[in-house]
Write a protein that binds this ligand. Structure first.
Ligand code: ATP
Ligand code: MG
Length: 509
């Protein structure tokens, strides 16, 4: 007689069996909880709070997406801030879990099953070179000695723009509000935006995005401007920041507006870069073109994160854009009104640049006080031209040439801008390279003069105009590049829009 072969179960079979048993127990538990009109998540939250959460008030707060990372930082700081505090992070399992409010998740027993799973994280940039892992859907079970809270972090994608939502459940509404206030304070204090150079750009459709820019490092000797001009700019932008406390004590206002104007290519943007290099502790917002629509958002943040600098590049481009304000006012007027509305005691500098001051004149004269000082950044004088030749020709031996050697080239570039002179040097270097293909490139005074004359004779008027040649009376409006700083490394802050902007977390205080 033969018996069927009996095989001993292998490790895989045991694992499968164990998994099935766990699932069975899990289902049984879920069923049992559902019978009682609750779910696994609610049971866990109840264990933490000590009372059924379904009956407790939920205090919620929406925040702009770009502050999700600040909320994460605030939460971590909150836990680290006191040894009596603790927290545990749990996630939620269940069908369409992300589209429910905390109350709905806690309150559903029979309708759909809500279990505990891992929290969802997203990597969000927190500097030009790094990202931080942030909870985008998860529950924080927080405790501070005897006090207990459960806070859901989720993203709401239903409205016109995405936003993050914090929902807090505790015994007492006041205690929940208190926790949110603590987190707001920490978010502002330790904001990853603080001390950074940022730009707000209009994204797809009505949405915009935040980007971290690398702070420029431009020495004073790399910016060629008459001493008096540079000192005037420095005094208003950097000087006031240095004497902040004394000026405040003396009842002086700190908010200031500085306008840099002059033909294209004279160094307005270069001056901005220099100032950004100097103001290493200052949070800076650089807005240009359509990005100016997000000016209101930048202002709220600038106030929160003061001392700050708000740079409005090429403001003439939006002077006539009427699509921004509710009253159909030109965008520039709205911008000027918002500058006015910011309050006098905030340490915020507005730095505006334009090469069409004629367009701005009316707007500025109708709204006095928004800009305290207008500084002309003009084409370089003869001293400036010599400095520019030496600056851009420093690796070509030009720095060693005498003033007399450079005089003819300087004369040939009279009335031309810094950009133009830089191009003359580049062309002279190219010519030198072609002449002698072996030795290190050296450029003489004559070569510079020749390059200057040739560039002048360049048949393409556009080339000259692009380089910011002398401004001829009937010249076409200058063509210029919009974006001032090439952002390196995309920084994926969530959508925002100009109108009805979400208030930054912390702005209430
Ligand atoms: N004053 C200056 N000193 C040194 N370099 C300069 C100066 N002005 C311009 N340059 C050089 O020319 C480049 C272009 O100048 P910049 O972008 O600052 O011009 P702009 O005045 O902002 O012109 P636009 O009105 O077209 O915006 C700079 O990146 C820099 O290399
Ligand atoms: Mg510029």
């Amino acid at each position: 007689m033969s018996y069927p072969e009996v095989t001993t179960p292998g490790a895989d079979d045991l694992r499968r069996l164990a998994r099935s048993l766990v699932q069975l127990l899990d289902s049984a538990r879920q069923l049992a909880l559902a019978e009682q009109g609750t779910n696994e998540l609610a049971a866990r939250v109840e264990e933490h709070l000590g009372v059924p959460p379904q009956d407790l008030p939920v205090v919620s707060q929406t925040i702009p997406m770009y502050q999700l990372v600040d909320v994460q930082v605030a939460f971590e700081r909150w836990v680290e801030g006191d040894p009596r505090r603790s927290s545990e992070i749990i996630g939620v399992r269940g069908w369409q879990r992300r589209s429910h409010t905390f109350g709905e998740l806690l309150g559903t027993g029979r309708t759909f099953r809500v279990g505990i799973g891992p929290a969802d994280y997203v990597d969000v940039p927190d500097s030009p070179d790094s990202t931080k892992s942030c909870i985008q859907f998860g529950i924080l079970l927080m405790a501070d000695e005897g006090e207990r809270w459960a806070m859901l972090v989720r993203i709401e994608d239903r409205g016109p723009f995405k936003q993050a939502v914090l929902e807090v459940v505790s015994h007492d509404k006041g205690r929940s509000q208190h926790l949110l206030a603590d987190l707001r304070r920490l978010a502002v204090q330790h904001s990853v935006l603080r001390g950074q150079v940022l730009t707000l750009t209009q994204g797809e459709g009505e949405y915009g995005a935040f980007q971290f820019l690398r702070r420029p490092t431009l020495g004073r000797d790399e910016l060629v401007l008459p001493d008096a001009t540079l000192s005037q700019v420095e005094e208003h932008v950097v000087g006031i920041a240095h004497h902040r406390d004394r000026l405040l004590a003396a009842g002086q206002h700190l908010k200031r507006g500085v306008l840099l104007y002059g033909p294209p290519g004279t160094g307005k943007t270069h001056t901005v870069r220099y100032l950004l290099s100097q103001l290493t502790d200052v949070t800076a917002f650089v807005l240009s073109g359509q990005g100016l629509r997000l000016f209101g958002q930048a202002c709220s943040l600038a106030r929160l994160l003061e001392p700050s600098l708000v740079v409005l590049e090429d403001v003439d481009l939006v002077a006539a854009d009427r699509s921004f304000g509710p009253m159909g006012n030109p965008l520039l007027f709205e911008v000027l009104n918002q500058i006015d509305g910011l309050g006098e005691d905030v340490d915020v500098t507005f730095l505006l640049t334009t090469n069409r001051v004629d367009i701005l004149e009316r707007a500025l004269s109708e709204r006095p006080g928004r800009v305290d000082v207008a500084v002309e950044i003009a084409a370089p004088d003869s001293d400036g031209r010599l400095r520019l030749f030496r600056l851009y020709g420093r690796q070509l031996g030009v720095a060693e040439l005498s003033d007399d050697d450079l005089a003819p080239a300087s004369r040939s570039t009279e009335g031309r801008t810094a950009t133009y002179i830089r191009e003359v040097v580049r062309r002279a270097a190219m010519a030198a390279a072609f002449e002698d293909g072996t030795a290190a490139i050296r450029v003489s005074g004559e070569m510079l003069e020749r390059a200057a004359i040739e560039l002048l004779a360049d048949r393409s008027a556009l080339t000259r105009s692009l380089l910011g040649g002398a401004v001829e009376p009937d010249a076409e409006p200058p063509i210029h590049g919009g974006v001032a700083f090439a952002p390196r490394g995309w920084v994926g802050y969530g959508p925002m829009r100009g109108r009805d902007e979400p208030k930054p977390f912390g702005a209430e205080h």
